[in-house]
Ligand binder design. Structure first.
Ligand code: FE
Ligand code: FE
Ligand code: ZN
Length: 282
């Protein structure tokens, strides 16, 4: 099954996101667990969730991806900032159990001058404080572009976080195609080599989800500006190869391209036309 969706607004609740997904031809979606600008998360309405879970079963949705606020920084130097990361993430993981067996993605963090190793240490320690044996959610580290002092733009850094996490069976990676290209992994001309490198350093079994974005900036720019599919430096042919790659095609794909809903609907239709198995009706 081609698991394809996009980022949707959580403002009107889960049933509304499910309906929107179906309307635009998606069978999964990504949503923010709370306002990225911080503050308390809205309580989940049980009847809304129940409606959504029914819809999810009936329509064979793929795995859902919750995204932590991108403003939280698990690697921060300031204890207050790390405290917010701890509270928001542990609360998110508790709430995710209302929607069991899905994924929770976060940006590992920025070391803000402390150095990569100090950043990695803080991120891993925070994960060890918030993850529990009982959780059904898999926590995903997102591959980053390396802008500023971001941790996680090299596969080695992500692997080092995983190595220090205790509950390894509950951790994985979300690969963002814009970010890795901006970080200097040439998925346009050497996709197979990049995936071999990923396998050698981290292990492909850790790869759980793809953020499918084109990039406004050139290769290795360390910028992180998403572009519509086929309109950026990755281009349509690279996107086609990515969604049909034998190691990637079974993963869920989430669009974070600069689009309104009609734009997402068009991109999803285009991607389905690119997929070899969709054409054969599998
Ligand atoms: Fe992200
Ligand atoms: Fe992303
Ligand atoms: Zn990005």
């Amino acid at each position: 099954m081609f698991q394809i969706g996009c980022h949707l607004s959580v403002a009107k609740g889960f049933a509304a996101m499910g309906e929107t997904a179906l309307k635009i031809g998606a069978n999964t979606f990504q949503f923010f667990t709370r306002n990225p600008r911080g503050g308390a998360a809205k309580a989940i309405d049980p009847s809304d969730l129940e409606r959504f879970l029914k819809m999810k079963g009936k329509n064979h949705f793929g795995v859902l991806l919750a995204h932590a606020p991108y403003t939280l920084n698990a690697a921060a130097k300031d204890p207050q900032v790390r405290r917010f990361a701890f509270e928001a993430m542990s609360d998110d993981l508790k709430r995710m159990e209302l929607l069991p067996n899905n994924y929770y993605n976060f940006h590992p963090g920025s070391h803000v001058g402390q150095g990569i190793d100090a950043g990695i240490d803080k991120i891993a320690r925070l994960l060890n404080e918030i993850m529990t044996k009982e959780q059904t959610t898999t926590v995903l580290l997102e591959t980053m572009s390396g802008k500023g002092t971001e941790v996680g733009s090299r596969f080695e850094e992500l692997q080092e976080i995983i190595r220090r996490v205790d509950l390894k069976e509950k951790i994985g990676i979300c690969l963002d195609t814009c970010h890795v290209y901006d970080a200097g992994y040439d998925i346009v001309n050497h996709l197979d080599d990049v995936l071999s490198e990923f396998d050698r350093v981290i292990g492909l079994e850790r790869l759980k989800a793809i953020h499918l974005n084109d990039s406004k900036n050139p290769f290795a720019s360390h910028k992180d500006r998403h572009e519509k599919l086929g309109k950026g430096s990755l281009g349509a042919e690279a996107i086609k190869r990515i969604i049909n790659n034998p190691y990637l095609k079974g993963l869920p794909f989430y669009l974070e391209t600069p689009n309104e809903l009609d734009g997402y609907a068009k991109e999803i239709a285009l991607l389905k036309s690119y997929r070899k198995d969709e054409k054969e009706g599998k």
